[in-house]
Design a protein around this ligand. Sequence first.
Ligand SMILES: [Zn+2]
Length: 199
Amino acid sequence: MIRKALRLVEAEAQKNTRHIRRIGSICYILRSKSKFDQLTSNLIKDYKRAMAGEAPRHYERYKEAEACSKDEIHALIDICQSMHMVMLRGSGSTNAYVSSRMNPGELVCTCKGFRMTGECSHIIAVTMEYIEDADCVEGRSSYDKAYLETLVEKLESTTRAAHRPRATVGGARIQPDTDTVRGNAGEDSSDLDDDLDEL
Ligand SMILES: [Zn+2]
């Protein structure tokens, strides 16, 4: 989750990409599995209209589709599944958050991962990018990229220690081939939150 948040922010730092946008007290994050490669303001407008039950106005595939056709529904699905919304405090979100060290600003995300665990890569990325200490609840503070990288390093060293094979004990216990140092393979699905969305 933390690794994915770091990847989201790093992708954003690359030239010519736009996956995270803050408009007022809401942040929009383009899903990696969406049909779009840029988070444009027209796409956000279409998304907000679709969420409000109104017809999108900008997406070409939607505009070109015949009314009430399967193509039109698929185009609408493209828009509805294109992004997640992270709501900052004061954006009128419900009190559906769980305050924690990773969510010191009590953000709320629309993804299913957040609904299941109260944490997700999107709120971590938004906290890292947009939340200052002053935006956090009393007694909590924000964090930056360097802090998250330190956490990941700690996690990786702990995991390596846990997977280290035990010392051989006489000839009675034979180490299985698979029980060896494996680094962090399989630990962090590249798209955990999106995988959860499929549930
Ligand atoms: Zn999320």
